[in-house]
Ligand binder design. Structure first.
Ligand code: ADP
Ligand code: MG
Length: 147
């Protein structure tokens, strides 16, 4: 599911993410970019809902960079690199086996050290008030990568 979308509330954004989640296969990687407060974590909550994971558990990781949520159609791995200057996913505790069988959603993917292919780039822009412009597209070969 790719394209440009507009949402008018946090619930809208969650619903969009839940629809996207239904289309994802094991090994999917989502790169969520946007300013602080844009709605990246809200989007991850929607992914959780769409996968059937308890979304109430999804928060902005504080001390932990990686959170794994199980119990849904696919495991969800939430990575938030906000507090890092740069990161190598192999070194921050991302379990490659879980990554391969689940959905990995990365906030602040600009901070990844290495680039990989095959992810979905989700860009969220604040358009004022509760309006958000959300673009979902496949990343080019030069997109951020995990290995
Ligand atoms: P980020 O993870 O990008 O820093 P959060 O998801 O933590 O952002 O926070 C987004 C904030 O914006 C929340 O307080 C949420 O309620 C609010 N918000 C308002 N409108 C929207 C919208 N259309 N989509 C997502 N969040 C929205
Ligand atoms: Mg966040």
């Amino acid at each position: 599911m790719t394209g440009r979308f507009e949402t008018h509330s946090e619930d809208d954004t969650r619903a969009l993410a839940a629809r996207l989640a239904a289309t994802l296969a094991p090994g999917a990687v989502l790169l969520l970019s946007g300013d602080l407060g844009a709605g990246k974590t809200a989007f991850v909550r929607g992914l959780a809902e769409g996968l059937g994971v308890d979304a109430g558990e999804v928060t902005s990781p504080t001390f932990t960079l990686v959170h794994e949520y199980r119990g849904g159609r696919l495991p969800l791995v939430h990575v938030d690199l906000y507090r890092l200057d740069s990161a190598d996913l192999d070194e921050i505790g991302l379990d490659q086996d879980v990554a391969a069988e689940g959905v990995v959603a990365v906030e602040w993917p600009e901070r990844l050290l290495r680039r990989v292919r095959g992810g979905l780039a989700v860009r969220i822009e604040d358009a004022g008030g509760d309006e958000r412009r959300i673009t979902i597209e496949t990343t080019p070969l030069s997109g951020y990568s995990m290995r």
